[in-house]
Unconditional design. Sequence first.
Length: 135
Amino acid sequence: MSPQKRRSLDDAMAASFVYGDDAATQDFSPPETSAPEPPPVATPKATPPVTPKRRAKSRPADPLTTVNIKIPRSAQRWLQDTAQQIRENNPEPVPPAQRVYPQHLIQAAIMLLQAQDVDWESVRNVDDLRNELNL
């Protein structure tokens, strides 16, 4: 209990004894003045914990889809061996997202086909395609 409240209670009890019960209900304490509140301390806004930035994964514009293709076994072995050779060319370990697999070689071949100046409307069969690509 604060000293002011105690004094006020003592005054009320004394008034009750001397003047009767009606005086006890009167408040003899000085008007309570609230102490001036200290100015709010400028606290910096909570910043989220700093986490190391990760490299943003490059997402393909189109979602990947599975395609089953028939190729000669020799072409499959060549794709596997070439991808393995590319992986072995790195003296240090490569993160999984950057490793080369046969599917990446096929994707690169598709990009090469798209970049070629081929009149696709004139191609009617595989021989026409080979002639257009000068193979």
